[in-house]
Design a protein around this ligand. Structure first.
Ligand code: KIV
Length: 281
């Protein structure tokens, strides 16, 4: 008899098919929560892909989490392409989505197309994400018509943090909540395949989720959304701090520090390498 995986279960890696755009709508319709996690390199990409994450986001959060920048604004398209390529090489099942960084798409739909085309051709990702609502509708239309799936990003949009006055919850007033929902509908009408909602009050995210046909993916947007995304270093507990909306599902930073200290002390004590680690011929 054919074995069918239980709804919501992660099939063994060999049975898993590539997660594709049509699965976004299917998951929403079936009420199956979507999972997305950032990844910036092959090592983490391989682990998250094998663990069953639906989508790997090569986020420009790489700027503050990996490259040592203060925020996402200095990240360049060339830096994003190197990172996205290394994740795409690792991902056998997860869909790989890459951010278009600040300055690589805002000027015109044509600029967005040129940057997104580089992402697909040079990095091998399956979709791109861009920040903004009404103001980027024409960009989303052109990319979509050109065969490039686009994820929208509303609420707190880190590339605009200077205009937003820092990292602040968005959509708090009735007017701002209404505008956010209108932006989400405009992105959907333009062809976006999903919308990320970052740092938005839970009832506002729930409202957007209700009115949209395409899925919402929340980060600091509560539980009434179609999926969740986290920055992997927050999820895994790499640092001693993470935002209130993120849960640390492990203490990987502490484990890495302990392993490093053990290595240093064994080299200094001359207990590593031992005979089993050396070549005698
Ligand atoms: O760059 C990123 O990691 C993101 C997430 C916060 C959604 O855009």
């Amino acid at each position: 008899m054919d074995q069918h995986p239980l709804p919501g279960s992660v099939p063994a890696p060999t049975q898993r098919k590539r997660f594709r755009v049509q699965h976004l709508i299917e998951h929403k319709a079936a009420g199956r929560k979507l999972t997305m996690l950032t990844a910036y390199d092959t090592i983490t990409g391989r682990i998250f892909d094998a663990a069953g994450v639906d989508m790997l986001l090569v986020g420009d959060s790489m700027g503050d989490n990996v490259l040592g920048y203060e925020n996402t604004i200095p990240v360049t398209l060339d830096e994003m392409i190197v990172s996205a390529r290394s994740v795409a090489r690792a991902a056998k099942h997860s869909m790989v989505v890459a951010d278009l960084p600040f300055g690589s798409y805002e000027a015109s739909p044509q600029q967005a197309f040129a940057s997104a085309a580089r992402m697909l051709k040079e990095a091998g990702v399956q979709a791109v994400k861009i920040e903004g609502g009404e103001r980027i509708v024409k960009h989303v239309e052109l990319l979509t018509q050109s065969g490039i799936p686009v994820f929208g990003h509303l609420g707190f949009t880190p590339q605009s943090e200077n205009m937003l006055g820092g990292k602040r919850i968005q959509g708090r007033s009735d007017e701002a909540a209404e505008r956010l929902c209108e932006d989400a509908l405009a992105l959907q009408d333009a062809g976006a395949v999903a919308v990320v909602l970052e740092m938005v009050p839970a009832p506002v995210a729930a409202r957007a989720t209700e009115i949209l046909r395409i899925p919402t993916i929340g980060i600091g947007a509560g539980s009434v959304v179609d999926g969740q995304v986290l920055v992997w270093t927050d999820m895994a507990g790499m640092g001693d701090w993470s935002p209130r909306f993120a849960k640390q599902f492990g203490q990987v930073g502490a484990a890495l520090a302990a392993a490093t200290e053990a290595y240093v002390s064994e080299v200094q004590a001359q207990t590593f390498p031992g005979p089993e680690h050396q070549y005698d011929h």
